[in-house]
Design a protein around this ligand. Structure first.
Ligand SMILES: Cc1ncc(COP(=O)(O)O)c(C=O)c1O
Length: 398
């Protein structure tokens, strides 16, 4: 594995001081059709729910977008020549994973790609396994495709969130089990699955003929030094069959530009993939391609600065949560999401109590675990502190 820096051009490695203020303020998003900010329009509720950041994207990405807009022609666009090499270079430099450019398929979103895998790799009434709590579409997409969703609850102890191997084995043994949708790193708990976990998952998958689809959209936001090991990079037969989904959207705040990639080593599945989406799944748009390529190629310095802020925000949240009786939060290893256990407060509806106090998190019920809330920490520090003040107020003794 390289140090991660050699691949990125020297020009991209700006000094931290040059962007020190980039994360202390952010544009007003009202009137821009922001899903996050429009949810509580007209009410004084700070939105800390859906996973996008309030920060402007990296200057290098904006520059590439300006250049593409300046070109002025936005006709039907397939992958520009720099897209695959940019992703290949990024995966090698960042995660020590060498992929063949031919394996890469551009897709307009990771959720779309998950939906394609359901239709492509399983039949009606087959079951898709997933570890819960989890990002809501993992729970809702299977039914939309006429597939079952087999929830395998994660276990939680002092060491954090971990896989209940017996429960996983039982679910995998079911004759209906066909696919595992792995969320790696895991949303909402922020768990980074380690090498031993991944090997164990691969063994179970191999024993029971499961195909693993690994959603690695959060893999560039591992906050601590530990590496992210792509599931498909294991030397294991189950890894060689796996499909990996990646995107620059979480890390560089590009979700509205609809650009992601599926890494599909099997040529037959790749051909069938394109057929499965035909007439339904649009091409990736030219601005999405331009932004993704610039992020992967030139976004490393900005990403590192972002991680510094996100680590600071994690400390702030953990400190505050520890001061509120009944709340508990396991330190997250990746993402910018705090998964907060409110069950010991005995509040019937923690989400409603938060909204009444002026903070709008995501409701744990949507992730399959009532009694929890998820707080998005990717906003200027001042705004996060205000949100935390409101969190304290929400759970103040009545
Ligand atoms: C695990 C996970 N997968 C996928 C997505 C969404 O991906 P996309 O916007 O590319 O559909 C999210 C967004 O939060 C996510 O957390």
């Amino acid at each position: 594995m390289t140090s991660g820096m050699e691949w990125y051009p020297a020009a991209a490695m700006r000094k931290p001081s040059e962007t020190a203020t980039a994360f202390s303020s952010c544009p007003d998003r009202s009137g821009t059709g922001s899903e996050k900010w429009d949810r509580w329009t007209g009410r004084d509720v700070l939105p800390v729910w859906v996973a996008d950041m309030d920060f402007r994207t990296a200057p290098e990405v904006l520059e590439a977008l300006h250049a593409r807009v300046e070109h002025g022609v936005f006709g039907y666009t397939h992958e520009p020549p720099g897209f695959r090499p940019a992703l290949v270079g990024h995966l090698a430099a960042r995660h020590g994973w060498q992929v063949d450019p031919d394996w890469i398929v551009g897709v307009p979103g990771v959720v779309t790609a998950l939906a394609i895998t359901a239709r492509l790799l399983s039949d009606r009434n087959d079951a898709i396994l997933t570890f819960t709590p989890v990002y809501p579409p993992f729970l809702t997409l299977p039914a939309l495709a006429g597939r079952g969703c087999a929830r395998v609850p994660l276990a939680h102890d002092a060491g954090g969130w971990r896989i209940d191997w017996d429960a996983f084995e039982r679910a995998a043994r079911s004759p209906a089990a066909r696919l595992l949708w792995l969320c790696h790193p895991h949303n909402p708990t922020g768990t980074v699955w380690g090498h031993a976990d991944l090997e164990h998952i691969a063994d179970v998958a191999e024993r029971h003929g499961l195909t693993v689809v690994s959603d690695e959209i959060w893999s560039d936001l591992v906050l601590d030094d530990g590496p992210h090991v792509p599931f498909a990079s294991l030397d294991h037969p189950a890894a060689r069959r796996a499909i990996t989904l990646v995107a620059p959207s979480k890390t560089w705040n590009l979700a509205g530009l609809s650009c992601a990639a599926a890494i599909v080593p099997d040529g037959t599945i790749r051909r069938r993939w394109r057929i499965a989406g035909e007439g339904l799944v649009p091409m990736v748009n030219p601005l999405g391609y331009a932004a993704a390529e610039a992020a992967w190629r030139h976004g490393e310095a900005w990403r590192r600065e972002l991680l510094t802020i996100l680590r600071k925000h994690r400390s702030l949240v953990l400190e505050r949560v520890a001061s509120i009786p009944g709340l508990e939060c396991t330190p997250w290893q990746a993402t910018y999401l705090a998964w907060i256990d409110c069950r010991a407060t005995s509040r019937e509806n923690p989400q409603a109590d938060c909204e009444a106090a002026g903070i709008g998190p995501s409701d744990g019920r949507d992730f399959g675990l009532p009694g929890f809330i998820r707080v998005n920490t990717a906003c200027p520090t001042e705004r996060l502190v205000l949100a935390l003040d409101r969190l304290s107020a929400a759970f103040a003794q009545r």
